[in-house]
Design a protein around this ligand. Structure first.
Ligand code: PEP
Ligand code: MG
Length: 445
């Protein structure tokens, strides 16, 4: 029997920053499938466009009622008129929406409208094929198994940049439990380090310093990256997890790139201008002194020369976020220039799940790794947990082990691990090999 869509409904709801976002519910013969989309703060210039109402009287001009109307009055009826067979997968539906929008950046109908429909469709298609979402995604990307690779979670436990109010220019300091034996154990260890970090911050800066930023990490009054890294190393030691963790940093440097230089003082009264080579020296010094294995957006989205030069000698994972914007044209350009060696995969940067899967596939073909990511403005939708397992990316970031919209992804990962183990399906935790998980997946194909 053909599985088709009965209705597509949309509504304006709130994200984790209290800003409006788009929710969609798709009803089929198998049930009702919801999705709710995230939104970034340190957005790149090459991302697909999310539509915001210009009505300053509602939500300060951040409403998404036009995007909601686009789903209910344009996208929904157009999809329904085609009567797609959901059992055949989601690509025909995503391709149809891309054509219906007709722009290169989804600015006509809005990436927020289109993505919400795409995510809900993925769930509806999975149900039509009677498989869990992670298995449906594995099928869509063409993974042949056997089994699944779970991700090493990278927890952003110290928030800076535009995600917090302290003086720290760098946006994210992430801890990765590489010595754990499973995702469940890794999440436990990270939660233990997080509590120890909280105690350490109280000791050093007092109780008023334990407020948290947009992604649930602490934002104590520090400004130099080595102060943040010292806090992490001390919390590993005090919680009995010395050598169990490695570290990732996302400076999100497009946010403080001005006049061809980087201003590490951009959040304070004093400027602290660094040249590109000064930034490269700073990164290399930090990499030598701390257990750093991943560096994301160390240079701005159009500072190609700095990326290329740094990548020539870079031994760790060098991830393009704003640089690539989950966009295959940017990925190919970066590959040609040899600018980085990993893709940050953010579904709302491109606007459909199928295009995100194409981007991941291209990254794997290039021999890169893929790092699945949430946004700083999130929802309680756990979609990316299934996504990272389905594509076998081997690592993901979803903020601190704190705040509902962050832990819902980590909790879903533990659910998936339990389900796979209960069914005796192979379920690998890649640990230190997180970068090469995608490669291992490909070599089995
Ligand atoms: C990031 O820069 O990787 C990030 C998650 O932040 P945002 O969602 O604000 O772009
Ligand atoms: Mg980033």
């Amino acid at each position: 029997m053909r599985a088709t869509i009965f209705s597509i409904k949309a509504a304006q709801r709130l994200d984790s920053r209290g800003k409006p976002t788009v929710q969609v519910e798709i009803t089929t013969s198998d049930g009702t499938f919801p999705a709710i989309v995230p939104s970034g703060a340190s957005k790149g210039d090459y991302e697909a466009i999310e539509l915001r109402d210009k009505d300053s009287k509602a939500f300060g001009g951040n409403g998404v009622l036009e995007a909601v109307r686009n789903v209910e009055e344009v996208i929904g009826p157009a999809i329904m008129s085609k009567a797609f067979d959901l059992a055949e997968g989601m690509k025909p539906i995503d391709d149809f929406m891309v054509k219906l929008d007709g722009t290169s950046d989804k600015s006509k109908l809005g990436a927020n409208s289109i993505l919400a429909v795409s995510m809900a469709c993925a769930r509806a298609c999975a149900a039509a094929q009677s498989v869990p979402l992670y298995e449906f995604i594995a099928r869509e990307i063409g993974s042949k198994g056997p089994g699944y690779t779970m991700p090493v979670p990278f927890f952003n436990v110290l928030n800076g940049g535009v995600h917090s109010g302290n003086g720290m220019a760098f946006q994210e300091f992430m801890i990765a439990p590489i010595a754990a034996q499973s995702v469940t154990e890794g999440i436990q260890w990270a939660a233990e380090v997080y509590q120890e970090l909280k105690s350490l911050i109280v000791e050093k800066f007092g109780k008023s310093a334990i407020g948290i930023g947009d992604e649930g990490g602490f934002c104590p009054p520090i400004s130099h990256p080595s102060e943040a890294l010292d806090l992490l190393v001390e919390s590993f030691r005090r919680s009995g997890h010395d050598s169990h963790f490695q570290v990732g940093i996302d400076p999100a440097s497009s946010e403080f790139f001005k006049d061809d230089k980087y201003d590490l003082g951009f959040k304070t009264q004093e400027t602290d201008m660094r040249t590109k080579s000064g930034m490269a020296e700073l990164y290399n010094d930090l990499i030598e002194r701390y257990p750093i294995v991943l560096l994301e957006d160390p240079f701005a989205q159009d500072d190609w020369d700095a990326w290329v030069s740094f990548n020539e000698t870079c031994k760790i994972e060098l991830v393009g976020d704003d640089l690539l914007a989950t966009n295959i044209i940017r990925i190919d350009k970066a590959a040609e220039k040899k600018a980085c060696n990993a893709l940050l995969l953010k579904i709302n940067q491109i606007g459909t799940i199928s295009e995100a899967l194409t981007a991941a596939k291209r990254a794997y073909e290039l021999g890169w790794s893929v790092f699945v990511s949430h946004r700083s403005g999130e929802s309680t939708d756990s979609f990316i947990a299934d996504l990272t397992v389905g594509i076998g990316s081997g690592h993901l970031k979803s903020g601190a082990p704190c705040r509902g919209e962050r832990v819902v992804k980590y909790n879903r990962l533990m659910d998936i691990e339990d389900i796979l183990k209960a069914q005796n399906i192979e379920c690998r935790y890649p640990g230190e090999q997180f970068r090469w998980a995608g490669k291992a997946r490909d070599s089995r194909n």
